[in-house]
Design a protein around this ligand. Structure first.
Ligand code: ATP
Ligand code: MG
Length: 265
C-alpha cells in the first residue's frame, strides 16, 4: 500500500444515492402492503415518507434496515444490497423506532457511554459528552432517564443512534405521541443531524413535520409512491386558490388529501 493511503472501511460511502429502492414488494398473507415501491434518497438529505396508518411505512423501514425480507424488487442502502449485503447495510445505518430504547435506571450520560463501550469505541466518555452537548442534554446528563420528558428521551434516543457515526439514519415516526414542545425539540435534533451531513429517512403521519424537515417528501398510498418531490413541487400539484385577490398557496395537507382522497382510502 502507498504511504498516506488508508484502507477503505466497509461502511465508507459508495457513490450514488444513500438509499435506492426499485419495484419493492411485500405481502403479509393475503395483504399486499408494498406493491412496487420506487424511491431514491440523496446523500445528506432529509427524506420524509408520509402515509396514513397501515400504509406500509414501518414495513418499508424494516426492509431497509434488514429486519424484514422483501418478496420482490431491490433496495440498496449506502450502496449495499439489503438482501445480499445485510451486514454492510447494518454497519451503515441506525434505526430509531417509535418507542425510545433508552434505559430508565441509567442517566443520559451512562446510556451513551454504555452504547459507545458496546461498540468498542475509544474515549466513550468524550463521545457521550459531545453528543450531550449537541442535543442540549448536558444539564440533564447526570439524571436518571426516568426523570426525563418524552422529548428529552427521544433526543437521547437519537443521540444514541449516532454513536459510531452511521451515514444513514432511519427515524420511524420520531415524534408520534409527543406534545408540540417536545416535537419542536426533536425537529431541532433532526436538523442537527442533517447539518452534520447524515442522511435521514423519516416516516411520519404529520404533514407539518414533513413540511418542517424534509428536503424531499414521498407519499406512500395503497402500496405505491403516488407523489415524490420537494415541498415546492408538491404544492404545484394544486393551483393556488385566489381569495380576494390574495394568492393562497396550498398547504401540504391540501395536496395530501387531493392525491390520497379525503377519506384516506
Ligand atoms: N408482521 C406482520 N404480519 C401481518 N401483517 C402485518 C405485519 N406487519 C405489518 N402488517 C400489516 O401491514 C400493513 C402495513 O403496516 P405498517 O406497520 O408498515 O404500516 P405503517 O404505515 O407503519 O402504519 P402506522 O402509521 O400505523 O405505523 C398493515 O395492514 C399491517 O397490519
Ligand atoms: Mg408504522
Amino acid at each position: 500500500m502507498l504511504a498516506g493511503m488508508t484502507s477503505p472501511r466497509a461502511t465508507d460511502p459508495e457513490p450514488g444515492p444513500a438509499v435506492t429502492v426499485r419495484g419493492l414488494q411485500k405481502s403479509f398473507k393475503h395483504v399486499s402492503v408494498l406493491r412496487g415501491v420506487d424511491l431514491d434518497v440523496a446523500r445528506g438529505s432529509v427524506f420524509a415518507l408520509l402515509g396514513s396508518n397501515g400504509a406500509g411505512k414501518t414495513t418499508m423501514v424494516r426492509i431497509l434496515a434488514t429486519l424484514l425480507k422483501a418478496d420482490g424488487g431491490t433496495a440498496r442502502v449506502n450502496g449495499f444490497d439489503v438482501a445480499t449485503q445485510a451486514a454492510e447495510v447494518r454497519e451503515s445505518i441506525s434505526l430509531t423506532g417509535q418507542f425510545a430504547a433508552v434505559d430508565e435506571i441509567l442517566s443520559g450520560r451512562e446510556n451513551l457511554v454504555l452504547v459507545a463501550r458496546l461498540r468498542h469505541l475509544g474515549k466513550p466518555g468524550a463521545i457521550a459528552d459531545a453528543l450531550l452537548r449537541r442535543f442540549s442534554l448536558t444539564e440533564a446528563a447526570g439524571r436518571r432517564v426516568a426523570t426525563y420528558s418524552g422529548g428529552m428521551r427521544r433526543r437521547l434516543d437519537i443521540a444514541m443512534s449516532l454513536i459510531g457515526e452511521p451515514p444513514v439514519v432511519f427515524l420511524d415516526e420520531p415524534t408520534t405521541g409527543l406534545d408540540p414542545q417536545a416535537r419542536v425539540e426533536v425537529w431541532q435534533a433532526v436538523r442537527e443531524l442533517a447539518r452534520g451531513g447524515t442522511t435521514v429517512l423519516l416516516t411520519t403521519q404529520y404533514l407539518e413535520e414533513a413540511e418542517q424537515l424534509a428536503d424531499r417528501i414521498a407519499i406512500l398510498h395503497q402500496g405505491r409512491i403516488i407523489v415524490d418531490g420537494t415541498l415546492a413541487e408538491l404544492k404545484q400539484l394544486l393551483p393556488p386558490a385566489k381569495v380576494e385577490y390574495v394568492e393562497k398557496q396550498p398547504t401540504l395537507e391540501e395536496v395530501f388529501f387531493a392525491v390520497v382522497g379525503s377519506d384516506g382510502k
